[in-house]
Each structure stands twice: as C-alpha cells, then as structure tokens.
Write a protein that binds this ligand. Structure first.
Ligand code: SAH
Ligand code: SF4
Length: 419
C-alpha cells in the first residue's frame, strides 16, 4: 500500500505574502514580484521596490540584503534590523565526480536535499525538440557503464572539475533538481524511496537549488542554455503547488524557458491532469517513469501502479497539449531479468505506439544501491533491448550514467540526512 502521504499535498503556499507583513525572519527568496511588492507595501514602501528586490535576488543572485544597492541604505538597515533576509538555500557540501558531474547538498531548513550538475547532460534530454538534440542511440556506441568512453565526452573546454562558466558547449549542461526530502511513492528499485517522505520543499527551496548552482558555475541566463530536469529526490506531482510555483519563479523572475525544463513523474494521475491545464508559457516538458512493459510487472516494482495503472496514466497524458515538435518522454529503468528482456521491448513499443502520442523512450541502466535486491542488466541485454525498441520504430535514447562514483546517478539520491 502507498503511505497516506501519497494522496496528500502540502498546504504551504509560499507565494502568498498577504498575511505576512514584515520580515520576521522568513525568507524573501521564493516570493514572486507581486508578493515582494506586497511585503514592501506593508512597511510603507512603494510597490516598485518589489521589482527591485526580484531583480536583485533572482537576476543578480544577491544573497545579502546589504548588497542590494538599488534599495536606499536606511531601508536596508531597517530591513536587516527587523530580521528580513534573502534566505536563498545554500550549497553546504560538494561531491565531484571524475566525469565532471557535481552533487550538492543544499540546505533546506534543518535538512539537506540533493542537486546534481552534469556539465554535458546525460542525453536524457536529447531528441525532444529542445534544440539540444543528439542522434538517437541507433547504432551508437555501447552502454558506458562498461567503461566505454562516450563519443562526445571530449567536448573542448569542459574540464573535469568545472569551476568557471558552463564550458565549451553551452547548451548541454543539465541540473537535476529535487522536489521533496525523500519520497512516499515506494518504487522498489529506488534508493530515495528508502527515506520515506520527510517533507515537501517550498517553491524557494526548489528554485533556490537552481540559482545556487547557476551562481557556482557563473551561468549567464540568455547566453548559457542550461537544461533543468526535475528528477532528483521526490515526486514533483505530490508537491504540485510548490513545484509549479518554483517553475513560475524560474520562468517569470529568472527568465528561463519551460521548454528547457522536464518534469518526471511516477504517474500521479491527478497531478498530470492538473499539469495539462497549465499554460504553454510555463509548462515544462513531461516525462513518465514507465519502467515496465505491462501492469503486472509495473505493479511489482512500482506499487503506485495499483492506484493508477498504465492505461489511466496514458489517458491523463493525452490531455496535455503538446507544443510543435514536443514529445512525451517515457523513462524505462532496465532491471536484470525483470524488465530487460527483448519481449519486454516489443511490449513497450506496442504500448507507446498505442498512446498515439509523439514519444521517445529514455532507457536507464539501473543503478544499484544498498539493500535493493535487483541486479544491473548485462551490457548485451541493454544493447539488445535498445536495438529491439529502436527497430520497432520508437526513438530510443540511452541515458548515460553520470557521477556514479559520487552517488549522483538516478535513484542514488538518498544521502540527505547525513548532512
Ligand atoms: N519521482 C519522479 C522523479 C524522480 S526519479 C519519478 O519517479 O519519475 C527520476 C528517475 O529515476 C525515474 O525515472 C526513476 O524511475 C529513475 N530511478 C529511480 N531509481 C533508480 C535507480 N536505482 N537506477 C536508475 N534509475 C532510477
Ligand atoms: Fe519516488 Fe521517483 Fe524514487 Fe519512485 S522513482 S520512489 S517516485 S523518487
């Protein structure tokens, strides 16, 4: 059974500043321009100070009120004295992988959540009409978990430990963002599931992960077209309001395009239905963690399938009005002997075709974790699966495992409580 938290949702609505008239130590980061203006109005300041604050914290990425020189000094002093603070979540620990990937622990109240920076992405966002397309994996080199070097891993300008700007290819970096501390969904193959749900992140804590990483890598919005994937810890659609509020902040206040953002869900049907109502101006692209060829196997590895089986998920996905060239992504974790057989690939192809949707499949080689009784698929099985699916005419990509040595890869985001 799902834990009760699966059906609930946070009542936290951090964008509503109407009844919070003063600083009182609560963070400004996470409030949109209107809410910031309301805060300023409440202390007798003109509303346009909200625009100045938004500009300072989201565009200039200032974290100290005293640095916001567009505000008069006496006002800054007063705000500081009254306990106002920017309160952007800070990176408190960095793990660097030999492949250039960085995993961060980002402070969220008493806890930390994990965020990952992949300087060259993981190919998961390729082929989706976002402009960062690489070729499908048809005929591409074998899976890189063998230690095979990926053909494009030698991009010029991207050193192993990137410290400065985004690097040679400015449109491939990807940031993987968390939406909850832990997760309630209980997928049997996922390490995050082991934590259970600890709590929902606020909009500021979700958007703050992105801005802190931008800051660290001197990302210039407009010049560097970084991809965001909401595929870190947690189920974004079980923290829907805060997740979408964060997306709106990133689009409206930071200036990012929702076409460079992808949200992944395990198939929370009411969340997908709500998502389908969002305007194209702010709606990220959608990825569904399919992970199995049929309900029987999916139920076994994703208990949530009992509540929302594959057909129900597909019905809700069909409600999303896709933009030109946009495709739905189906993620598919390959578990040895469980989901990696050639006949599974044929079934997946049939399933995807039946949706009638423009779609692609991202294959993910399962990343092992302590206490999880699955095994990694053999490289030959991965290759056969990939070729079978592609041979059935389904655009198929193999997600490159990034930062495995620092536990940054999919489903390895767990170590939250250690920070
Ligand atoms: N909760 C959301 C987003 C976070 S999980 C979701 O489930 O979609 C992001 C992706 O990582 C999902 O597609 C999930 O199936 C995959 N994943 C989870 N654990 C994994 C593991 N151990 N190895 C490989 N992929 C994993
Ligand atoms: Fe939660 Fe996604 Fe992990 Fe499932 S795969 S337990 S939904 S984080």
């Amino acid at each position: 059974m799902l834990s009760p938290a699966v059906t609930g949702e946070s009542q936290l609505v951090p964008l509503d500043a109407a009844n919070q008239s003063s600083g009182s130590g609560s963070p400004l980061f996470g409030l949109n321009q209107q809410a910031l203006a309301a805060r300023m109005a409440a202390i007798g300041e003109p509303g346009w100070r909200g625009k100045q604050l938004a500009e300072a914290i989201y565009r200039q990425r200032l974290t100290d009120l005293n640095e916001i020189t567009t505000l008069p000094k006496p006002l800054r002093r007063r705000m500081a004295a009254e306990g106002w603070q920017v309160g952007r979540p800070a990176i408190v620990q960095v793990f660097q992988s030999v492949d250039g990937t960085e995993r961060y622990l980002v402070k969220a109240g008493e806890q930390t959540v994990e965020t990952v920076w992949m300087p060259e992405g993981d190919d998961g966002e390729a082929g989706d009409g976002s402009g960062s397309d690489g070729p499908p994996t048809l005929g591409a080199p074998g899976p890189s978990h063998l230690g095979t070097r990926d053909s494009d891993e030698s991009q010029p300008g991207t050193g192993h430990h990137s410290t400065g700007a985004v690097g040679g290819n400015r449109s491939r970096a990807t940031i993987c963002v968390s939406s909850q501390v832990g997760c309630a969904v209980n997928c049997q193959f996922c390490l995050t599931a082991k934590l259970g749900l600890q709590r929902n992140l606020t909009a500021g804590e979700i958007a703050g992960q992105v801005i802190s990483v931008f800051d660290r890598h001197a990302v210039e919005v407009g010049r560097d077209r970084v991809n965001l994937v909401f595929m870190g810890m947690g189920e974004p659609f079980l923290n829907y309001a805060n997740f979408m509020a964060a997306v709106r902040l990133l689009v409206e206040e930071v200036g990012l395009s929702p076409r460079r953002m992808t949200v992944s869900t395990s198939g929370i049907v009411p969340g997908i239905e709500r998502f389908a109502q969002e305007s194209a101006e702010v709606r990220p692209k959608l990825a569904i963690s399919l992970n199995a060829p049929n309900d029987r196997i999916r139920e076994e590895i994703m208990p949530i399938n009992r509540k929302w089986p594959i057909e129900a998920v597909m019905d809700s996905v069909r409600q999303v009005q896709l933009r030109p060239r946009e495709r739905i992504t189906f993620e598919y974790v390959l578990l040895a002997g469980v989901t990696d057989q050639p006949e599974h690939a044929v079934e997946v192809a049939r399933l995807v075709r039946r949706t009638g949707l423009p779609a692609k499949v991202n294959l993910i080689v399962w990343n092992p974790g302590p206490g999880i009784a699955y095994s990694m698929p053999l490289p030959e099985a991965v290759e056969t699966f990939r070729l079978t699916l592609a041979g059935e005419g389904i655009p198929t990509y193999l997600r490159k495992p990034r930062g495995r040595d620092i536990y940054a890869a999919c489903g390895q985001l767990k170590r939250t409580v250690e920070g």
